[in-house]
Write a protein that binds this ligand. Sequence first.
Ligand SMILES: [Zn+2]
Length: 393
Amino acid sequence: MIIHTSMKKDLPLLRVNSLFHIASLWIVLNIIIFYTTYSQTNPNFNVNLLMDYSAVEKSIDLFEDEYVNTQTLSELRGNRIAASTTGLIANRGNVINILKNFLDSLRYHQIIRDDIYHLEDARKNVANIKELLEEMKKQNFNRRVAATVEQIFPEDANFSITIPVYVVALGHENVDAYVRRIIWHGDTPQFVGENAGELNIVINLTHSIDYGTNVEERFISLLGVVAHEVFHAAFSAYKENSRSWKYFYKNRTEFIDDLLDLTQNEGIAYYLSFDQRGRGFVPRDWNVKIRQVFSEFNNNATQLLSDSITHGRAGQLIRKANLSGSWENYGAMTGMFIAREIDLRLGRATLIETISSGPFDFFLKYSTLSERDSELPKFSTKIEEKIRKKQIK
Ligand SMILES: [Zn+2]
């Protein structure tokens, strides 16, 4: 999911994270500079993003004082998801039904107290919202995202997924883009957990001004964050047809397996968003941060390997690996670092190989690198043993 967060806003995300996946635009924003364009080459890699711009377009009309039926506007699918997600994050329960009243207040220029959907902000930013929206249409946002994700998959990848993407201009300030799993009853969403319903992506352009200093940068940030989510969706579809992944899930018996799986999945997803803005560029405190997350990874993985660890504690450690969309995500960040080192030192083809071969190979490839270069942080001996033992099986 995409979510724009800033450091001070991290806390509320912890609460929503268990309910929907949150990738952090914060991380993307703090990294990058330029990006490469890719084109799609594999006819069997079918990732279709169905862009739905109706909510943002009608909202723009409303912000510009054109006549808009607020009932209809509040009932658009994108706005229904945005409103209920706002309620969830703000702990207000189901707030879908009150959205129309807020939209009416906005329309009549009444003062909105407790503007939970940030409609006033959106109206103030209408010029930026329009600009980014035009850029998304002009640059074929959906095809750009699909092409970005495709270049990290093996050439024999063969699957087809369709994901609706709703672009809106309202919602909680902490989440600018996110993924929710939904079963639709007509236009009424029922939110469901992992492995149920259909994936839906929502992008709120209200705070698009924060994504970069100009429309090009904002577009790339958005592309990176949506690509993160789409990568996850494509990766699960890929795994369904993969022998080595079926084997992995069938033989997954230990807590550590889950951590390694998550680390690879999140790591590559973050690297993909990161990579959009420049392969070589890293933030100034990169080395210090990487050493910190690596040592946390080693500590927690070693705990997971202990015979005496409880289910509760293990679950806690694994959740923490990708919890808040920042450097505290020791698993995701370690994975991003590993993916980057494999890509830059061993080449894209080698990184793609780990998509088909799975987490043990992903870790083993990095381990080989860290043996060669003493500057690279290393896994603890226990983890090394585990990776090698698992790989041989
Ligand atoms: Zn993710």
